[in-house]
Design a protein around this ligand. Sequence first.
Ligand code: UD1
Length: 372
Amino acid sequence: KKVIHIVGARPNFMKVAPIHRAIAARNQLQQVLVHTGQHYDVKMSDVFFSDLGLPAPEVHLGIGSGSHAQQTAKTMVELERVFLEHKPDLVSVVGDVNSTVAAALVSSKLGIALAHVEAGLRSYSRHQPEEINRVVTDRLSDLLLTPSRDADANLLKEGADPERIHFVGNVMIDSLLASKERADQLPVLKTLGVEPRGYAVCTLHRPSNVDDPKLLGGLLSAIAHVASRVPVIFPVHPRTRKMISEQGLGSWFERSPNLRPVDPMGYLEFLALTSQAKLILTDSGGLQEETTALGVPCLTLRENTERPITVEQGTNEVVGTDPDRIRESADRVLDGQGKKGRIPEYWDGRSGERIADLFARFLGVSDDARRA
Ligand code: UD1
């Protein structure tokens, strides 16, 4: 039996790596890794394969950037051809990017079973393209693999068949735990000239934050305030870099020498950086979870989160985009009042194994299934 894994964008790679590894170790299923090419820069894609020990993809579609319709549609056309050629028994998708929903639509129309890893997360805001991708993908999936119990509850509320829902834990944390020791050996802090717990890290890339120059300017003003207290390392996403230069917002960096833009980082380098930070400011989804796993205080610069467990149990605070509120919250954390938090259930480094077990049972190749 054959599984096809779909990856496309940066946040996908750390989710697929542990699943691929666990399935390979069992030696019961054939696997094909397909990269759509939604992200294509070396620093947004290639470096993650080597950092995470993911094999080179068997198929690379080279889709690249475009409008949502163009990117999704091109991916669908190419994936249909790939699925017809490879005839998988199961297509496995992760997360909420355009590559995810494209694969979900194609596999379900071809009658191929579909598994969604990271199912059931909801921000309940249809202004975010990711929310649309999540809702559609979950609706079409035969296996809904959830990272936390709140996701199970969301799916049940939408009428999903309880038999399809499987709480497996957070697979991205598998990658984090497996990589932490290697990351800690990198001289990242030394190279940047910062001390453990003596700096902040910032990332921004959500269209709702970076495509509006007034909002982005306000965020940069709040981050410049943080930089007046501690160095802020800011790996800049290509979308954000483009907006900063087009809108003439680069002056924030000239005025704040401690606000330090750097290129997007590899997985291990970035993990080394985040794990020793005093504070993280971000609009990323994955980083809200990674900071909770690392016990590092996180301020989420958005009005909502699809990952409420990071607020209820972890180190995350959703502080919105008002610069005053961000400044006050950051000051509190820098004064030592950051959230401590605890590690959520099943964020234990074994989610990939649980998923490999489920796939084997679903496809009837596990020892249990053979005995039955
Ligand atoms: C995508 C995901 C988002 C995820 C993010 C992580 C969707 C709808 N969004 O957003 O959920 O959090 O990836 O990065 O799928 N670009 C480059 N090089 C690249 C990739 C992108 O220069 O390798 C630039 C292009 O100008 C492109 C822009 O970034 O137009 C946006 O890329 P895109 O793939 O549309 O989405 P992201 O904003 O990265």
